[in-house]
Design a binder for this molecule. Structure first.
Ligand SMILES: [Zn+2]
Length: 272
């Protein structure tokens, strides 16, 4: 599942490769595209990709004439930039044919992602896009972070991944941030000390920046490549904690796993 660091590397790559390209052909192979109000297949052909921007986990591809392609790959989506002759995978939903016999493709195993084609003035109609908090890489103050948090009372991991306080953090990076901050993932927001809040705030940006660096090396132009080998705690059940050496704990709730170290991130243990 791409989160801000992965999407940032994808955005940087597309900024250098896609900007200036014209969509010579547009194909929708799976019914995932929400076109408001213009039908993308007819309307986007011949338009130039003019900008690439990331907002939280969303990618915005600006096309000439004020059109926007808005993509949030969620759990199973991804982008591919590849030669047009490369075999089209079954999970391919959308295909833009570009000059130089290259394709930009959107793939999604279970079609759980969001894919919108809208005029720029209608970006507000894309569910979840405008409701996001500041991006994890934006320059926002600790004070703002605290103020935004105030409205939420649940467990800190859930609050972080919801995207209203800070956007771009998903399940995996929330685990990494809370490990670095030495905070129990299921601790309720109200129970956090100001020291803990400060550490979460500091670690959010640092983890995101470090991860982007690691991802740039590993992904290169394979923007569909899922690199997670550098993560310290997420999905490392039973392996030694990189800080204290004790085995990493994993809990599963709502089909999402949470990995943490019981020694470094102590908290009340409700279930085993
Ligand atoms: Zn530990």
């Amino acid at each position: 599942m791409p989160e801000a660091p992965e999407m940032q590397v994808v955005a940087e790559f597309l900024q250098s490769r896609l900007t200036g390209e014209i969509a010579r052909t547009v194909e929708v192979l799976k019914p995932i595209v929400r076109s408001l109000p213009h039908e993308m297949v007819e309307d986007a052909v011949g338009r130039r990709f003019e900008s690439v921007e990331r907002r939280g986990k969303f990618l915005l591809l600006g096309m000439s004439g004020g059109r926007q392609v808005v993509i949030n790959p969620k759990l199973t989506g991804g982008l591919q930039y590849c030669p047009a002759k490369q075999r089209v995978q079954k999970r391919t939903c959308v295909r833009f044919g570009l000059d130089g016999n290259m394709d930009l493709r959107y793939t999604d195993d279970r079609q759980m992602g969001q894919f919108y084609y809208v005029p720029a003035e209608d970006l507000g109609r894309v569910p979840g896009l405008m409701e996001q908090g500041p991006d994890v890489l934006d320059d926002f103050s600790f004070r703002e972070f605290q103020e935004r948090l105030r409205a939420f009372h649940g467990e800190i991991k859930g609050v972080l991944t919801r995207g209203r306080v800070v956007s771009g953090i998903g399940n995996a990076y929330a685990d990494e941030i809370l490990f670095e901050a030495r905070v129990y993932p299921f601790k309720r927001r109200k129970a956090l000390s100001s020291d803990e809040l400060r550490r979460i705030y500091d670690c959010s940006r640092r983890v995101a920046l470090d991860s982007i660096e690691a991802l740039r090396e590993r992904m290169g132009d394979r923007i569909d490549h899922k690199a997670r080998d550098f993560l310290k705690i997420h999905s490392r059940k039973g392996q030694p904690c990189p800080r204290c050496g004790r085995p990493i704990t994993e809990l599963r709730a709502n089909q999402r796993i949470t990995s943490y170290c019981r020694a470094c991130q102590p908290g009340m243990l409700l279930k085993n």
